[in-house]
Design a protein. Structure first.
Length: 100
């Protein structure tokens, strides 16, 4: 499982700004509305924390595919959002059957 990648400075700046906005409640609605949906999600640990789940609406992955995301940087299950190195995700129901 390859989930860990080094961040270049532009990616790090974009992530920090996204996290700042999320903490301040300033996330643009369109960004989240257009984000892929991750259903039956759970946290997984490889070389870094990530999420696993069934994706839909991802620009490069088929709907219904179980995936492991890139590194997880922000998780707010109450608001149903997560930010990985590469994407925002909308979160559906959490997987209760695999030791969460």
């Amino acid at each position: 499982m390859k989930t860990f990648q080094w961040l270049d400075s532009l990616t790090a700046e974009r992530l920090l700004e996204d996290i700042r906005r999320a903490n301040a409640g300033e996330i643009e609605r369109g960004v989240i509305a257009n984000a892929p949906l991750l259903d039956s999600y759970r946290a997984v640990l490889g070389r870094a924390y990530a999420l696993s789940g069934i994706v839909s609406g991802h620009p490069r992955l088929h709907d219904g595919k179980e995936i492991i995301t890139s590194q997880l940087f922000y998780l707010d299950p109450d608001r149903g959002i997560a930010r990985t190195m590469n994407n925002w995700y909308r979160l559906s129901k959490r997987d209760q059957g695999r030791g969460n």
